[in-house]
Design a protein around this ligand. Structure first.
Ligand code: AHR
Length: 318
């Protein structure tokens, strides 16, 4: 009897181990590039989390081109990886390659940015930021800040990459709440492609246009910190005090943006959390163990205003 129980225990343990054992998973990861400190941190988070879960990550940098991403995905399929993770640079245009992945039986995880697809079964799940919420946070900050003001508030919005879910969510969320208040007017909205250099160049151009049109802006809503840093440079070169003459809202919460907030050059920072690696690896292990995973996972995110205690903020790693 005792011997029988012993055999039973051994076989149950073995079964458990087989279920959870690392099967030397090989995962293809298509990243869009290294356009910002945020992105670099995101890549690092993925590589580190794969390493600590003994997952072999095949990393491909698409250098901001969707065609490179599609090529990378096809090479992962040919290689018969165990799973694919990709950050879609734009929302549309993925169906064909995802059908190929599905036919090859390879689960796909969409990370950071979302896709639009005719068939949701073409990807296993999404994990990343809630861009719509980020846009709403920006709007809520302005509604509160200007609650006692009757005058018109002119806004310039610098968007991220056109067609990306990050830019579209931020755009929509911002308007969802702001449109209910007549005093706010988005007088200009242009894409700076999430790049610092473009942000600076575009800000110079917009300042010239405003001068010619004899108009002023009260607020800048910038879709990411990289562009914001460029915006600050351009404003200062035009003797405009960022954060004082113009209210500035930015997204990502890089260390440089927190420092700018502390110096009074930025008024509100909305965190976009790049530390997605551990969650992605957890989902990959679950999928490979046959565990059902949620279709949508939003990562925890916060925001920072000028009245916080800066001594309590942990140094950011991006
Ligand atoms: O998709 C997330 C956005 O992409 C981040 O806000 C930005 O910095 C990055 O380039």
């Amino acid at each position: 009897m005792l011997f029988f129980l012993f055999l039973c225990l051994i076989s149950c343990k073995k079964e458990d181990e087989e279920k959870n054992v690392h099967k030397n998973l090989i995962v293809g990861f298509s990243q869009i590039g290294a356009e910002s400190a945020w992105r670099v941190c995101h890549t690092r988070s993925m590589l580190q989390a794969a390493n600590s879960n003994s997952i072999q990550l095949l990393y491909e940098n698409a250098e901001q081109k969707q065609e490179n991403q599609i090529k990378a995905l096809r090479s992962f399929i040919a290689y018969q990886v165990d799973a694919i993770v990709f950050v879609p640079i734009v929302q549309d245009g993925w169906d064909n390659v995802l059908i190929e992945a599905k036919e090859a039986g390879i689960p796909v995880i969409v990370c950071d940015r979302k896709i639009t697809t005719s068939d949701d079964s073409l990807f296993e799940c999404y994990v990343g930021t809630n861009s719509l919420e980020e846009g709403r946070k920006a709007a809520n900050f302005l509604i509160e800040k200007y609650k006692n003001t009757q005058q018109k508030i002119n806004i310039f919005e610098m968007r991220g990459t056109d067609g990306s879910s990050a830019a579209e969510g931020r755009y929509d969320g911002f308007r969802q709440l702001l449109n209910k208040h007549d005093k706010f007017e988005i007088i200009k909205s242009e894409s700076g492609d999430f790049l610092r250099s473009r942000g600076k160049e575009l800000m110079h151009q917009v300042l010239k246009e405003l001068e010619q049109e004899n108009r002023m802006i009260d607020v800048i809503f910038s879709h990411n910190d990289s562009m914001t840093l460029g915006i600050i440079e351009a404003l200062e070169e035009n003797h405009i005090r960022p954060g004082k003459d113009i209210t500035i809202i930015t997204i990502d919460a890089e260390q440089a943006a927190i420092d700018a907030l502390n110096m009074g050059k930025v008024n509100f920072v909305i965190e976009c959390n790049p530390h997605l690696g551990p969650k992605v690896m957890e989902l990959i292990l679950d999928i490979s163990n046959g565990v059902e995973v949620p279709k949508l996972t939003y990562i925890e995110e916060t925001s920072f205003s000028q009245d916080i205690d800066f001594t309590k903020i942990e140094p950011r790693d991006y």
